[in-house]
Design a protein. Structure first.
Length: 119
């Protein structure tokens, strides 16, 4: 299984970025998929997550600014980030709770993508 994350980079405060994460491999279904982030010296925290039934939850710090969406046909999740702030600077990680064809359920992390918000 692979989770390939794309879209990080350097952006000025107030700017926007879109992250994407494509899941591939022996995946029967994805129960939940989302984004976490880890800033230097801090613990990893949930940013946004969406489930197979379409429910979503967001960190209070990003509500109203970030939007998570999912393309089930492509096993891809997106994170649209608007009104970015310097405190959004972190490595963003994709995470998937999935079931494989053997019926096993796993929690899997992709590689991170760095988002830097700075003028």
């Amino acid at each position: 299984v692979q989770l390939q994350a794309f879209g990080g980079g350097l952006v000025q405060p107030g700017g926007s970025l879109r992250l994407s994460c494509a899941a591939s491999g022996s995946i029967l279904s994805i129960n939940a998929i989302g984004w976490y982030r880890q800033a230097p010296g801090k613990q990893r925290e949930l940013v946004a997550r969406t489930t197979i039934i379409g429910s979503t939850n967001y960190s209070d710090s990003v509500k109203g600014r970030f939007t998570i969406s999912r393309d089930n046909a492509k096993n891809t999740v997106y994170l649209r980030m608007n009104s970015l702030k310097p405190e959004d600077t972190a490595v963003y990680y994709c995470n998937a709770d999935y079931v494989n064809y053997a019926g096993g359920r796993y929690d899997y992390w992709g590689q991170g993508t760095l988002v830097t918000v700075s003028s």
